[in-house]
Design a protein. Structure first.
Length: 166
């Protein structure tokens, strides 16, 4: 199996897992977060399949962090509703972080071993997006573990007097 085939398998597995996680997640914002990441993974899969078929691809400039931030901003009121995270939801986030970490490592290595400049650029792009997915899951895990601290962290300028370096 070459790197593209392995990447296709990884993305397919991620789509399936995140779909199951979205179904099991009770909190509407958590569900939408998983669904947003699925959209990214489907886009990754399409790019990889096109490369595998020898087609030209153009990677759109997409920011997973910005997409998920938009989801959270649109549903800020729902986030304040205290919906306790289940053990399953917390475990799903841990697994998701592990999957994204493996993706980062795989795509970084694949980029360093790429045969063409286009493959290298694709793998570097995918590694960067997987880093953002990891951050999304990490932030969500922190939020669901300790909502009060998360809001203090998110709104730290209120507490620290608005200093830009806090």
């Amino acid at each position: 199996m070459n790197a593209i085939e392995i990447a296709i398998k990884m993305e397919t597995d991620a789509i399936a897992y995140y779909g199951e996680a979205a179904e099991r997640t009770a909190h509407p914002v958590g569900k939408k977060m998983f669904l947003s990441i699925i959209d990214d993974e489907k886009r990754h899969l399409k790019m990889l399949e096109d490369v595998f078929k020898g087609l030209e691809i153009t990677a759109r400039d997409v920011s997973p962090m910005k997409n998920v931030k938009t989801v959270f901003e649109r549903h800020r009121d729902e986030m304040t509703e205290r919906v306790p995270a289940t053990t399953d939801e917390m475990e799903a986030l841990k697994v998701a972080m592990g999957m994204e970490k493996e993706g980062i490592e795989f795509y970084t290595k694949a980029a360093s071993e790429a045969r063409t400049a286009k493959e290298k650029a694709l793998f570097e792009r995918l590694a960067e997006e997987e880093k953002q997915h990891y951050q999304v899951f990490s932030n969500t895990y922190f939020f669901m573990s300790d909502t009060g601290s998360w809001f203090m962290w998110e709104e730290h300028s209120i507490v620290d007097g608005g200093t830009p370096t806090a």
